[in-house]
Design a protein around this ligand. Structure first.
Ligand code: ADP
Ligand code: MG
Length: 631
């Protein structure tokens, strides 16, 4: 690899760096400095580098990013990151890339030493991750840096040691092909910055984010990340889908939808996730432009727009979108840490992305045009008491969204009778209980008249009108109370798996599981950790029936993170709620008359039948007068 001579850098420096510009005028300044009245000094290199470092290196994660990116630029196939104390004490990056010559190994830590740009026009044709030639110089300014590097054709490698910009030594060494850079005691000479480092776990989160970004951009390279001997990630070279699964856990696999579009302006590929995978917090959202992770607020909007109406407004879709444009159609240099970029034809790209995502969602039949009002008004009259009960006529809507029930719907159906049944909806009062019982009795008197509407609601004529029960929410309530009892009495039955199933977990998921291990056990899960990021499922609660144990378990962990469930103070309650949600019958499940009777009866022996565990309304009564008013 070729490295510019220091002198050659000066032309480039004029383009990119004000501090360095000072060097060009140094002869003028030197004569001035000689005079007593002059006060301007040239900053010593060590200070200038420290200042520049402030821009590039904010925390251990920035070091990891820069070193890993250099390793990628060097054509490595395998890159390993080893850290101590979240990088505070040590960060070591080992690569098997092209290595450096003896001279390059010494030069690469100089400011504006880069092999990637020779003249200013190269700035617009950059295909490498780095190009400013300031990362190594910056790191060397605020830490102790040791570099060992060897090209495959060389007999011996070179070791260079630098501490706070001071050259410590250079020796020939025996070392493997490639480069190993070790950075110790980050910010040891900038105590203020060292003090402002966050807790190890917070710093590790930053490192993990950087690692994920780079691992997602280069699925054909193997990576590992280890901190204090704990291996956090080890991902082998693979395809993109597998890489996503390796990083984010098995549950995401069946939720990925492939996006692929090629236009003369831009090529887009990657994955979006199914609407039901949308998350309220920390959604996995990644854009890459020409192999580089980017943030792009405007293009993010294009994706959100494509999901509009399919997912509740408070939820966010996950996506992994890769954009490829000619390098001169994108400006990567508008931000020092290079995550914000500007495209030449942003408006057009927005439209292309929007329609690509919409098309995929459409193809998977998840684009809805829900018109509840039009649907529901047809069916209520079918159940007038004097009418022969028949299967309600439903207007089938092929674009119907089975995943989420709109809260707006409840609001509009509520109007009118809600106040009349206010007592019913207020939990805990004696008369409410009474009214519930009466309602229940009325309902059971006519058990044969349960009707299922659109695989969603159980309709039952009752004395006061028509009772509508949301089948899924009702079941959630029943299970929620049942699971709580089971946990209290540890009475849950477990069904053993024929073969233990292995599940790979992310570190976060593992931490969560360990926190909840006892509660899981109390519910009938027989799940045992088999190593740091792996558990084996030996048994699952009997209630899960034929559901895939891996999916059941992964979804539980996932749902546990939903902020919607934060309203539960007690972890045990929260787990019961999450479990209930998971195991409850789904919408679109056809129920037999017997099942509907059973569900209704079970619901009315619950302590709080009116509300789902997360507070959504389970039962509505449409008053008789209201029905009659329709005619
Ligand atoms: P930049 O990446 O912007 O060129 P850096 O300071 O990050 O600047 O690196 C300076 C130079 O050192 C690079 O241009 C490259 O030639 C060389 N270099 C750095 N890291 C490696 C590595 N892991 N393998 C081979 N060469 C490297
Ligand atoms: Mg670099």
């Amino acid at each position: 690899m070729e490295v510019c001579a220091i002198g050659g850098d000066i032309g480039f420096a004029v383009v990119v760096d004000v501090l360095f510009c000072a060097g060009i005028f140094s002869c003028v300044l030197e004569s001035k400095i000689a005079r007593m009245t002059d006060i301007i000094r040239l900053l010593p290199d060590s200070v200038a580098n420290q200042i520049a470092a402030g821009e590039v290196i904010q925390r251990p994660a920035s070091v990891v990013k820069e070193l890993v990116e250099n390793a990628i630029d060097a054509g490595s196939k395998s890159i390993d990151v080893y850290m101590k104390d979240a990088g505070r004490t040590q960060i070591m990056v080992i690569d098997d890339g092209c290595g450096m010559s003896e001279t390059d190994a010494r030069l690469c830590v100089e400011r504006h030493a880069t092999s990637k740009i020779k003249e200013s026009k190269d700035l617009f044709l950059i295909n490498t991750l780095g190009f400013r030639g300031e990362a190594l110089a910056s790191i060397a300014a605020i830490a102790e840096l040791q570099l060992r590097s060897k090209r495959c054709d060389d007999e011996l490698g070179t070791q260079v040691d630098i501490s706070a910009t001071q050259f410590v030594g250079q020796t020939p060494v025996q070392c493997p092909d490639g480069t190993t850079i070790t950075v110790k005691n980050l910010f040891f000479n900038v105590p203020v910055r060292r003090k402002f480092l966050k807790s190890d776990s917070a710093e590790m989160n930053h490192v993990r984010n950087e690692f994920q970004r780079v691992a997602l951009a280069y699925e054909n390279i193997s990576f590992s990340l280890t901190d204090n001997k704990t291996e956090i990630y080890r991902v082998q070279a693979s395809n993109l889908k597998q890489r996503i699964v390796n990083l984010f856990g098995a549950n995401i696999k069946q939720n990925l939808l492939n996006v692929e579009t090629e236009t003369s302006l831009i090529t887009i590929h990657g994955y979006i996730t199914k609407p039901e995978y949308a998350k309220k917090s920390f959604p996995e959202q990644f854009f890459f432009a020409n192999g580089r992770f980017i943030k792009h607020h405007y293009l993010n909007k294009a994706i959100l727009q494509a999901y509009e109406g399919i997912i509740p407004p408070e939820k966010k879709p996950c996506y992994f979108i890769y954009l490829e444009t000619p390098p001169d159609a994108i400006d990567v240099n508008i931000h020092p840490t290079k995550t914000e970029v500007k495209f030449e034809n942003e408006k057009a790209i927005f439209q292309i992305l929007l329609s690509a995502v919409k098309q995929v969602l459409g193809k998977f039949n998840v684009l809805p045009t829900i018109d509840f009002d039009a649907d529901s008004s047809i069916q209520i009259p079918v159940l007038r008491p004097d009418t022969q009960v028949s299967i309600p006529k439903t207007v089938s809507n092929s674009a119907y969204n089975p995943f989420e029930i709109s809260d707006n719907y409840n609001v509009s159906r509520n109007q009118g009778w809600e106040s009349l049944y206010a007592g019913f909806e207020n939990e805990g009062k004696q008369e409410d209980k009474h009214e519930q019982t009466e309602l229940f009795n009325n309902a059971t008197l006519q058990t044969n008249t349960h009707l299922q509407l659109k695989g969603r609601y159980i309709l039952t004529p009752v004395k006061s009108g028509l009772m509508i029960i949301d089948q899924k929410r009702a079941h959630e309530r029943i299970l929620f109370e049942q699971f709580q009892t089971q946990m209290t009495f540890k009475s849950s039955a477990s069904q053993q798996c024929l073969f233990p199933e292995t599940v790979e977990l992310s570190i976060d998921e593992m931490t969560l599981f360990l926190e909840l291990e006892n509660d899981f056990a109390a519910l009938g899960f027989d799940v045992r950790p088999s190593d740091e990021t792996q558990v084996k499922i030996h048994g699952v609660p009997a209630e899960t029936g034929t559901q895939n144990p891996v999916m059941v378990f992964c979804k539980l962990l996932d749902d546990f993170k939903e902020p919607e469930n934060d309203l539960f103070d007690e972890k045990r309650e929260k787990l019961a709620a999450v479990m209930a949600k998971q195991y409850a019958i789904s919408y679109n499940k056809t129920l037999t008359a017997e099942e509907m009777t059973h569900l209704t009866e079970k619901l009315f022996v619950c302590n709080m039948p009116n509300f789902s565990p997360t507070g959504k309304i389970v039962i509505h009564i449409v008053k008789m007068e209201e029905i009659e008013g329709l005619f």
